[in-house]
Design a protein around this ligand. Structure first.
Ligand code: RFL
Ligand code: PHB
Length: 391
């Protein structure tokens, strides 16, 4: 089959790109390795930046998010057993963040695509991309026991960190920047109302902890842990004990417990590949970059990339102009590196590092004290947390 843009992957990047292109009158075919149920159920990110919410609206899929999402005006930084509020809205001229699970974002986008009858192949096997440096790149795959080929003008590699698109680029054409952290996050989903109205980022001698949420009845909690630890070493009562210890605070605040319905350990890395393009293949989202989750940025960066890419592709079909496509990588990377910086900073100030010295610990505590007592420092954190401008 023939299309204008072949999109590999139906995570947030691929699903949003397909949607933005359709609204601009550009044809696309989406090829996804997993089932529709799997991509719509995967437990991942939870925080949408202000600009990501605006993009959902602009794409015409914001209605349920506006109805069911939880608007947050601040976050708490907890250290030394005391909570300190960062007034995100007050420090950014009224901007907010939205708690709306990534799976709901993907569900809204993929349901809209299926309802519109536009092509999307779930459960595609043996996906391959070829002809990237020619003018007719292709996606080959197997679906329901048949072999398929999609011939495209352009391919968007939205297939995440472990996808095939980045791997199909000759290594000499890419430069990789990477940092792997000596810790991971143990994340749980618990059927209990959140214990706080806002997210709590907690620095403790035993390591970082995060209190987040998905809905008014579902709490999401994370603990810094050894990245090589096995989840079997963490029975539920050990997880709760550790959470209570790290979140302990002066006053009568208590962490509420409930049945744990999901748990897992995720390693953490910072990763960027440059450029985000090879010939007619454009990389977007986790396929091009990974941030540690401490700044809640991965999903938002993926959406920001495809906003730029969709506009560049639409401009190409409207006017024949190439320059927005030629500028895609550098335009995205400027923002990507600022978000890398922020995610690295949040990570380094809140986690314990195995090789740190007592000096480092005191410096971290001073940094947290500074950011919660200086309005200039707090404003910088807030500006980055609600999201740097998308353009
Ligand atoms: P995704 O979501 O990984 O989607 C890629 C899609 O491509 C498919 N795929 C293939 N399809 C066809 N052929 C192949 N060969 C394929 N290989 C893979 C996959 O099945 C999948 O459907 O990448 P995308 O779209 O770039 O989106 C990125 C985000 O998913 C990611 O950055 C965030 O989840 C990161 N993240 C967070 N981001 C935030 O903005 N806020 C958060 O609060 C936040 N918390 C998190 C997170 C990521 C986490 N984990 C598990 C990595 C918390 C966690 C624990
Ligand atoms: C989440 O709710 O999963 C979450 C929230 C904030 C983060 C990371 C993850 O920084």
């Amino acid at each position: 089959m023939r299309t204008q843009v072949g999109i590999v992957g139906a995570g947030p990047a691929g699903a949003m790109l397909a949607h933005l292109l359709a609204r601009a009158g550009v044809d696309s075919v989406v090829v996804e390795a997993r089932s529709r149920e799997y991509v719509q159920e995967r437990v991942r990110a939870g925080v949408l930046e202000h600009g990501s919410c605006d993009l959902m609206d602009a794409a015409g899929v914001g209605a349920r998010m506006r109805r069911e999402g939880l608007v947050h005006h601040g976050i708490e930084l907890r250290f030394g057993g005391r909570g300190h509020r960062i007034d995100l809205s007050g420090l950014t001229g009224g901007r907010t963040i939205m708690i709306y699970p990534q799976r709901e974002v993907v569900k809204d986008l993929t349901d809209a695509r299926v309802a519109a009858g536009l092509p999307i192949f779930f459960e595609a096997d043996e996906v391959r991309v070829a002809g990237l440096d020619g003018d007719r790149p292709k996606i080959d795959f197997r679906h329901a026991d048949s072999a398929w080929r999609v011939e495209c003008d352009f391919i968007a590699g939205c297939d995440g960190f472990h996808g095939v698109c980045r791997e199909s680029i000759p290594p000499a054409a890419l430069r990789v920047y990477e940092r792997v952290y000596p810790f991971g996050w143990l994340g749980i989903l618990a059927e209990v109302a959140p214990s706080s109205d806002e997210l709590i980022y907690c620095s403790h001698e035993r390591g970082f902890a995060l209190h987040s949420m998905r809905t008014p009845a579902l709490t999401r909690l994370y603990l810094q842990c050894d990245p090589n630890d096995a989840i079997e070493n963490w029975p539920d009562d050990r997880i709760w004990r550790e959470l209570h210890t790290r979140f302990a605070a002066a006053g009568d605040w208590r962490l509420a417990e409930g049945p744990i319905v999901q748990k897992g350990i995720t390693p953490m890395r910072s990763f960027v590949v440059e450029p985000m393009r090879y010939g007619r293949l454009f990389l977007a989202g986790d396929a091009a970059h990974i941030v540690p989750p401490t700044g809640a940025k991965g999903l938002n960066l993926a959406l920001a990339d495809v906003k730029v890419l969709a506009a560049a592709i639409a401009e190409f079909y409207r006017s024949g102009r190439h320059d927005p496509l030629d500028n895609y990588s550098s335009a995205c990377l400027r923002r990507v590196w600022k978000v890398q910086r922020f995610s690295w900073w949040m990570t380094s100030v809140l986690h314990r590092f195995p090789d740190e010295t007592p000096f480092d610990w005191r410096r971290q505590q001073a940094e947290l004290d500074y950011v919660t007592s200086s309005s200039a420092a707090a404003a910088s954190l807030a500006e980055n947390y609600v999201g740097l401008p998308l353009d």
